[in-house]
Design a protein around this ligand. Structure first.
Ligand code: UDP
Length: 235
């Protein structure tokens, strides 16, 4: 599969067309941003690590029946994926209070939620990705009700699978962000990536952060945190 022209460049990845119109390549960059691009930096080899971690999770999710765009990992920074029509929603699942949820409700980071919750954010840099509900998503023609139901169902299933796997690696899944798209038949599929860039992973015992919060809040070496997460998953 030959990579051709770049069709989209985001903060952490570049999407390339390929010689097959139904397949694209996601190229994982080392650049890291936080607070919608306010803080910028580089995490050495992040692209390679995130591609490996995402490959691990997407293969596992496919085996467990979660439809997703993963097709292969031809190069250390390249993931070959099915071309799908992305829905501009950031779908966040949370198990433990942290980040913006802890701030919004005045809760201490680390307080468990009594049940997992899902949130929708409208993916729009100019508006700073506002938190929205189902009515907004439907009225703004972002997604239909049946699609939102399917997305929620998949998001909770993904949460259950990831929690089970991470439990065995002595890692708490605090929260994570996913994105979904539609295939050529309108079927909802998981897209994007699952990596320390968009999940909160904490060591179960020490509560040490093994994710992008290390970069966001200057808590030490993000390289070490990302490497440690990869080691836990693959050893
Ligand atoms: N997240 C993300 N991209 C964003 C915002 C959040 O991947 O643009 C992830 C983040 O890594 C965390 C979860 O979504 O795992 C919930 O993030 P939160 O709303 O707490 O926002 P933050 O505190 O990261 O700004």
């Amino acid at each position: 599969m030959e990579r051709t022209n770049a069709i989209h460049e985001g903060k952490a990845k570049i999407i390339y067309a390929t010689t097959d119109p139904n397949q694209v390549i996601m190229y994982f960059k080392d650049e890291a941003t936080a607070r919608n691009g306010e803080k910028r930096g580089t995490i050495q080899d992040k692209g390679i690590i995130n591609n490996k971690i995402s490959t691990y999770f997407f293969k596992l999710l496919k085996d467990r029946g979660i439809p997703n765009h993963y097709l292969g990992t031809p190069e250390p920074r390249d993931m070959l994926v099915k071309k799908i029509e992305m829905i501009p929603l950031e779908v966040v699942v949370r198990n433990i209070f942290a980040g913006s949820l802890a701030a919004r409700f005045g809760k201490e980071e680390g307080t468990p939620l009594s049940m997992p919750i899902v949130e929708f954010y409208f993916k729009c840099d100019e508006l700073n990705d506002p938190l929205i509900n189902r009515y907004h998503a439907i009225a703004l023609n972002i997604a239909r009700l049946d699609e939102l139901n399917e997305i929620e169902h998949l998001a909770f299933s993904i949460n259950a699978i990831l929690k089970e796997i991470l439990n065995a690696k002595n890692v708490d899944l605090v929260d994570f962000k996913t994105e979904f798209g539609r295939d050529e038949n309108g079927k909802i599929m998981l897209g994007d990536e699952i990596s320390p860039d968009n999940c909160r992973f904490w060591d179960k015992d020490s509560k040490r952060k093994l994710d992008k919060d290390v970069f966001r809040h200057d808590l030490g070496s993000p390289e070490e945190a990302y490497q440690e997460m990869l080691r836990r998953l693959t050893e």
